[in-house]
Design a binder for this molecule. Structure first.
Ligand code: ADP
Ligand code: MG
Length: 635
């Protein structure tokens, strides 16, 4: 191959590319071998693309070439060559594809990698950084390529990965496709060696669906394992494939392998990862299954195959019935495709249902890792029943915040006269347990689901019912029904009020309403409280207090909706207040206590925007009580 008598054109890498190259060239990453995985994966993509063009009937150059990847090396010269007979590149494509980083999320990736310093190495391993990773081992790279389009020129791209690259037209590259010639750095000689190359291919690229050959000897297994009968596959094989597909290092939590015959024919091999990617550098939009049609790869990461709430699932779908020329644009209108999608969703939900039945520990792991995403499934009305059975919550009957139960478990324990499922929103188990609204449920021994995640309430208010049982936020419950139930614990010991005091209590309530004014709609006697003196209660029975708050925030509304202010007449503080009231209904102390009780209740419901006033009042109450303490104790 000689250069055509023509000047080489000089180009500069884009800033983002330079930044990435700089990181890679200086990387101390110990698994530099992944460069080969990346180059082979590009070669395989290029072969997928040519195979796709050919099956579509496009007239491509050198149609008869075998679809394969060849690897050559030269120990003396310290070089490796990775060649494919794929789609190749034109000059414009070379510039667009290898001079710029097109991958979405690369900017984030670079930012992350430069921020995380030493840890960057894990990120390189996990996400791969494509073509440029070759500069971890090379001080010069040549890409020699010829596009599948007829009359394409042979081109050579050369760079040392430092800042610029050159493109020059060459004479007669013989065949369609791309050769990548890697000039290894002095300290990376180890890679120009057969055993080492073979080992890397077996480890990272064994399932590439085209033959990978080293000096004409095939190394990989080229097996569409999703089309093999289950009985012929071992767990190890599945795990190996999973690691190949996802670059994960851990085993998957669940493997779902199905061949469906009716009503449509397809194979799927799906995996539920054992770890969520949510907290790591992760782009939520970046999901989907690989779509094949009769073994031909049509599209990586096909989102349309999975509802978003199952986006954590990885894997492959291979259809017998779809046309090969199906395109992203037409996918969603295709009847067969839609049937596949809904069948895939059912397969996953069925697998989860079985897991929940047969292996609770495993299901709990699933829930811990993936429930954040899974909860978004409340919009899947088609699979409503299956989805609902799969939901889990902490509840008042659990031992700790970590335990979870299903609706099924909840309803199996409740008494025949309970017709509703109760839930309560809060920041933590402790917060809910000490919340005034929980008191009556605790007194009556009624189980309450505890919701800690803001999305939980959206889920529950959207699904509304489990079987015939309505889901009710504790502040929307009709208390008159609960009161009829007997208490599970002994009644707290307080004397009932004298008839006369009962009347005074009624007047005290009116007085309190007068003190607080229009901010509340009503002051009344509480039926729900046991240990707390007062609380505020939602008046809009259509919506729970926390939901109102969320909606208020969305509408940028900061006003407090009107509430009922409930008073516990059996609380010692209120009993004393009745005494004060009897003596002098205009006593300043009544006003102070009432305001304080109201503000404390607002605080508990999350409505108090400024707590300064509240705190300074508490301080002045403590000051008074210290006076009494000193005088009573005769200090
Ligand atoms: P990615 O593979 O994720 O797109 P890479 O950095 O690995 O990112 O590759 C960048 C692009 O360069 C590819 O998308 C492809 O268009 C082009 N490319 C790389 N290697 C080849 C090849 N062997 N044949 C054809 N095109 C290639
Ligand atoms: Mg790539």
């Amino acid at each position: 191959m000689t250069d055509v008598n023509q000047q080489a054109k000089q180009f500069e890498f884009k800033a983002e590319t330079k930044q990435l190259l700089n990181i890679l060239v200086h990387s101390l990453y110990t698994h530099k071998e992944i460069f080969l995985r990346e180059l082979i994966s590009n070669a395989s993509d290029a072969l997928d693309k040519i195979r796709f063009e050919i099956t579509k009937g496009t007239d491509v150059a050198q149609k008869e070439l075998p679809h394969e990847i060849n690897i050559d090396f030269n120990e003396k010269e310290n070089t490796i060559t990775v060649s494919d007979t794929g789609i190749g590149m034109t000059e414009a494509e070379l510039i667009a594809n290898i001079g710029t980083i097109a991958k979405s999320g690369s900017a984030d990736f670079i930012k992350k990698i430069s921020e995380s310093g030493a840890e960057a190495t894990n990120i390189i391993g996990k996400f791969g950084v494509g073509f440029y990773s070759v500069f971890m081992v090379a001080d010069k790279v040549e890409v020699i390529t010829k596009s599948y389009k007829h009359d394409s020129k042979s081109l050579k791209w050369i760079s040392d990965g430092l800042g610029t690259y050159e493109i020059v037209e060459i004479e007669n590259k013989l065949s369609r496709g791309t050769d990548i010639i890697i000039y290894l750095r002095e300290d990376q000689k180890e890679f120009a060696e057969k055993y080492r190359l073979e080992q890397i291919i077996k480890k990272h690229s064994n399932f590439i669906s085209f033959p990978i050959k080293i000096k004409n000897e095939q190394i990989n297994s080229v097996q569409a394992i999703w089309r093999e009968p289950k009985s012929s596959l071992t767990k190890e094989k599945y795990v190996e494939f999973y690691k190949f597909l996802t670059f994960e290092s851990e085993e998957p939590l669940e493997i779902i392998h199905k061949s469906i015959d009716a009503p449509i024919q397809f194979h799927c091999l799906l995996f539920i990862p054992s770890k969520s990617n949510e907290y790591f550098f992760y782009n939520r939009e970046d999901y989907g299954l690989d779509l094949y049609v009769r073994r031909v790869m049509i599209q990586h990461k096909t989102k349309e195959l999975l509802p978003e709430y199952l986006s954590f699932v990885k894997g492959i779908v291979d259809s017998e019935d779809l046309p090969l020329n199906i395109s992203r644009e037409t996918l969603q209108e295709d009847v067969v495709f839609n049937k596949i999608t809904s069948n895939v969703t059912s397969q996953i939900l069925n697998a989860l249902t079985t897991m929940a039945k047969d292996d609770i520990e495993k299901y709990n792991k699933f829930w811990n890792e993936h429930s954040k995403v899974f909860k978004m499934g409340y919009m899947d009305f088609t699979n409503h029943d299956k989805y609902t059975e799969l939901l889990r919550f902490n509840s008042s009957a659990c031992q700790s915040e970590k335990d979870i139960i299903s609706f099924e478990q909840y309803t199996s324990k409740m008494s025949a006269d309970q017709k509703e499922i109760y839930y309560m929103v809060g920041n933590s188990r402790e917060a809910i347990l000490s919340d005034p609204h929980f008191e009556i449920f605790s007194r009556k021994g009624l189980e309450v689901l505890f919701l800690f995640d803001p999305i939980d309430e959206f889920v529950l208010s959207s699904i509304r019912k489990y079987k015939e049982f309505e889901l009710k936020s504790v502040d929307q419950v009709d208390l008159s029904k609960l009161e009829k139930l007997s208490d599970i614990n002994e009644k707290p010991k307080y004397e009932s009020l004298e008839k006369d005091d009962e009347l005074h209590f009624k007047s005290l309530l009116s007085k309190m309403k007068e003190i607080i004014g229009d901010k509340i709609s009503e002051v009344c006697e509480s039926k729900r409280l046991t240990d707390s003196p007062a609380c505020i209660v939602n008046t809009d029975s259509g919506m729970s207090a926390s939901m109102q708050k969320v909606l208020g925030m969305m509408n940028k509304e900061s006003s407090v909706p009107k509430h009922i202010f409930e008073i516990n007449k059996n609380h010692k503080l209120i009993r004393n207040l009745i005494k004060v009231f009897k003596k002098n209904s205009n006593d300043e102390f009544i006003k102070e206590i009432t305001e304080q009780l109201y503000e404390s209740s607002l605080l508990l419901e999350g409505y108090l925007s400024d707590s300064h006033k509240l705190v300074s009042k508490i301080n002045s109450f403590m000051e008074d009580s210290s006076d009494w303490y000193v005088s009573v104790k005769k200090i």
